[in-house]
Ligand binder design. Sequence first.
Ligand code: NAP
Length: 246
Amino acid sequence: MTLQGQVAVVTGASQGIGLAIARELAAAGAAVRAVDIQPEKLVEAVRDIRAAGGRAEAHAADVSRGDQAEEVVRAVLAAEGRIDALVNNAGITRDGLLMRMKEEDWDAVLAVNLKGVFNFSRAVVRAMLGRRSGRIVNIASVVGMMGNAGQSNYAASKAGVIGFSKSLARETASRGVTVNCIAPGYIATAMTDGLPEDVKKTFLELIPMKRFGAPEDVARAVLFLLSDAASYITGQVIGVNGGMYM
Ligand code: NAP
């Protein structure tokens, strides 16, 4: 699957699933515009992609800030003249039972996970519609479909991403722009590394394939959705979860 000559914006690209996506797209020939909140980590990620022979540029930005999203998109369009793909991957967790959840933990998760998707999608969509071509892939979560005790803020944000994506898909389908979600299950990254061993064990019991996913499992599904092979797919949620949710 080739993305030769294409320009792809990936958020949360410094580590974990986002870095795996950025690497995968660059290896397929895309010019990757990597977005993340911490400049130092991001520059290192971009260096890594270039060392492997890929094209990548760093854009430090906070996805929850609409003005910063607009600025990144303006800069990419000025430099490249086009954006073929947007992968909204940046996400955070602030777990806790609802009874004890602080309002700031609710707000922070919704601001990054849901408003961040709105900010970047709105910033790119006009240019995509103008060219009658574009792909948006939003990284949701199995938790947005199943729910998970202790993650009401995260689940709400990810269910929101799914509803947002289906609505935007309906708005843009006739003009060649597809919008889809990937809903990963349990993927071994910094986000999940810190979970207590008993929680990890409980998750493992829920996964028919009896193993956690790797960031590359998600990255390959993103590449598929951005490729020509997926041109008739829009408004869908693809689970990458080892069968955890069917
Ligand atoms: P991760 O390792 O924590 O990476 C997320 C990246 O996003 C980090 O580099 C983080 O930077 C960055 N980020 C956080 N807030 C940001 C902001 N406001 N603006 C720009 N960048 C920001 O997480 P991951 O496991 O790779 O997860 C990636 C995506 O997959 C998330 O949307 C997550 O919800 C989703 N997902 C993950 C799993 C899983 O099992 N890992 C399962 C389902 C869905 P800092 O480190 O500096 O905060």
